[in-house]
Every structure is written in C-alpha cells, then in structure tokens.
Design a binder for this molecule. Structure first.
Ligand code: TRP
Length: 344
C-alpha cells in the first residue's frame, strides 16, 4: 500500500443494468443480456430498469412510450426475472437518477464525452442537430449505476466505454469531494454464453434491431413458424461441421449458429460440435430450429399474456419503483450533503 492508493469501496456487491424501450428485443438481447440478468438475480442484489430517460435522447412518440416500457418489462419477466427477487422499474419513476446526473454533468469533463464513440455513431454527420441529452447520455448512465452504488453491470461489449466513463466519474467525485471509497468503481460483466450473437444473414455483423432485414434476427415476439423459418433461411455454407472450433475460424455464419445452439441449450460450443461433427446444415438446422422454437416461443407467448394485463405489469413496476427510490434516496442525500446543497 502506498499513500496514494485509493481507498477501495467497502460496500456489498450489487448488480444493475437497463435496456432502452425502443424497438423490438431479439435473440441477441435475450442471450447477451436478459438471460444473464435472470441468472445473476439469484447470486446478488439486482436492480434492472427500463431506460425511458435515455430513450428520449432521440424522438419518441409520447402516446407509445408507456407501452414500449411495458413491453421491455414483460420481456424481463418472461425471460425469468422475478419481481420478488430483483427490483424492476421504469427509470422515469425514480427522479434520483436525473438529479444525480446533473451533479455528474458538473464532474465529467467535455473532453471525456468528446471521446465517446457511441455518440459519434448515433449523431452521425450532423452532430449539431443531435439533442444535448444524446451527448450527456453516458453521464446519465453513470448516475443510473452509481445512485445504487452498483458494483457489477451486465452489458454488451459496446458499453465498455460508458463503463470506463462511469469509473472516471466515480473516481473524480470521490476525489473532488474528499470522499475516498464513497462510490464504487463498477465493472462491466460482458462475458458469458451468447455474448456475441451475430446476424443470421451476415456472420460478421452483430444481430441488431436496426438491420433492415427482419430475417437477420429472431425477435422475442416471433411465433414458432417465424422462428423456424428464419433459421431455415439463415446463411450458411456447404461444408460439413468440423470437430473443433478451430475449424470454424473462417466460417462466421457456421460459428454463429453453433454459438446460438450452445447458448440456448446451456452447453459449450465444443460440446455441440462434438455432437454434430461431420453433419451438414441440412441435418443441423432442423435441430437448431426445434431447439429455438422450444426455448423462444414460450417467451413470446408469455410476453403476450403479460401484456394483455397492463394493470398487473404496472403494479409490478410501481412496486419496483418504490423499492428503487428507497435504495436511491440515501445515496442522493449523502451526495447533496457532500456537494453543499440544501437537503430536499
Ligand atoms: N446504454 C445502455 C445500452 O444501450 C442502456 C443503459 C442505460 C444502461 N443506462 C444503463 C445499461 C445503466 C447498464 C447500466 O445498452
């Protein structure tokens, strides 16, 4: 230990993540995020929200936004999050996020935000036309995480830079306000089965809701026929499957389908290859289609039945918001005292 070594955060492990209510969720979201949330809730205190504050950084139809939030909440529930175990809530119902974000706007530096690649991608050629909210989006994300003093954040690889910014903000706050170890420096949790699910039409591009081809992805709301058909149509090659993953190095589409099978069946890629080695896609695809229908069709059905009873979803979200506020309020009170603000 040197004198400079920062005092480390001493609080408990806590998981937090969120998904934006914009557009349909797909297989990549399920395997890379939602399934992970459902697993982690059994190990750690878990907060999972619907990011409707982030959503309006680009235009959202006010008449649709609440239903979009309910749809994400239904997906959380249908993929195994248990509202008795995890705290599930809409971000806009917990004003502490926005209040902490303001203070963090004054901690973060312009130079830090100027480096954010997601802003550059999303704002495109005309950044002067982007909302200011889109620019400070990662600062709000830091507030989402740190208002609960979360230590572990399950997210996709594309969020690594936002987590680095979160750590920079936490460290600078702790330093500037003479509060060593006050905020944790949270870690992204990006590994795990299904971390990189690729497009069914192009094994080198991530599965994405913004891909114009609906055949490139399996949506969580697709019915059994649609799921099976998309797998039948998935791009592949004419070679039989090899015995080891090395043999798939130059075959991104084949590698992706093996990865999807393995993640859906909670097995290793190698285990799946060992079963199918020597067989072609004519044999493999029907097996994958059966597996995908068995695992995914019930999720779509469950989502539809949950969404048929809005009052029930709303009650779950209201209870989650109540619990989230109780967890967030003490952090905000401590922060305000440190900054020299009037207590609310
Ligand atoms: N930016 C995240 C995404 O696009 C969504 C998000 C907002 C988030 N706030 C968060 C994720 C806090 C984790 C923690 O996926």
């Amino acid at each position: 230990m040197t004198e400079e070594s920062p005092v480390l955060y001493q609080g408990p492990k806590r998981v937090l993540s969120g998904v934006q209510p914009s557009g349909d969720l797909h297989l990549g979201n399920y395997l890379g995020a939602l399934a992970k949330f459902a697993r982690m809730q059994h190990e750690t205190d878990t907060f999972i929200f619907v990011a409707d504050l982030h959503a309006i950084t680009v235009w959202q139809d006010p008449a649709k936004l609440k239903d979009q939030v309910r749809e994400i909440a239904a997906a959380y529930l249908a993929t195994g999050l248990d509202p008795k175990i995890a705290t599930i809530f809409p971000q806009s119902a917990v004003p502490e996020h926005a209040e902490l974000a303001w203070i963090f706007n004054c901690v973060a530096r312009l130079g830090w935000l100027d480096r954010m690649t997601q802003f550059k991608e999303k704002s495109g050629k005309h950044k002067e036309r982007a909302s200011v909210g889109l620019y400070t989006y990662p600062v709000l994300q830091a507030a989402d995480i740190l208002i609960y003093k979360a230590t572990h954040v399950p997210v996709g690889e594309d969020q690594r830079q936002h987590l680095e910014l979160t750590r920079d903000i936490a460290a600078k706050f702790n330093h500037d306000f003479d509060a060593p170890g006050f905020f944790p420096l949270p870690d992204p949790v990006t590994q795990g089965p299904g971390a990189r699910i690729m497009s069914l039409r192009d094994g080198t591009a991530k599965m994405s809701k913004s891909d114009p081809s609906d055949n490139s992805r399996i949506n969580l709301t697709d019915d059994a026929d649609a799921i099976a058909q998309k797998i039948r149509k998935a791009k592949t090659d004419a070679e039989p499957l090899p015995e080891t993953m090395d043999g798939l190095a130059e075959r991104p589409e084949a590698r992706n389908l093996i990865g999807v099978y393995a993640a859906l069946d909670s097995r290793s890629d190698q285990d799946v290859l060992t079963e199918f080695a020597g067989q072609g896609f004519g044999a493999f695809k029907p097996k994958l289609a059966d597996l995908a229908v068995a695992k995914l069709a019930p999720i779509g059905l469950q989502m539809r039945s949950l969404l048929a009873d809005k009052a029930q979803i709303d009650a779950i979200l209201a209870d989650g918001a109540y619990r989230a506020r109780n967890a967030a309020a003490p952090t905000l009170a401590e922060v305000k005292a440190k900054v020299g603000y009037w207590a609310g």
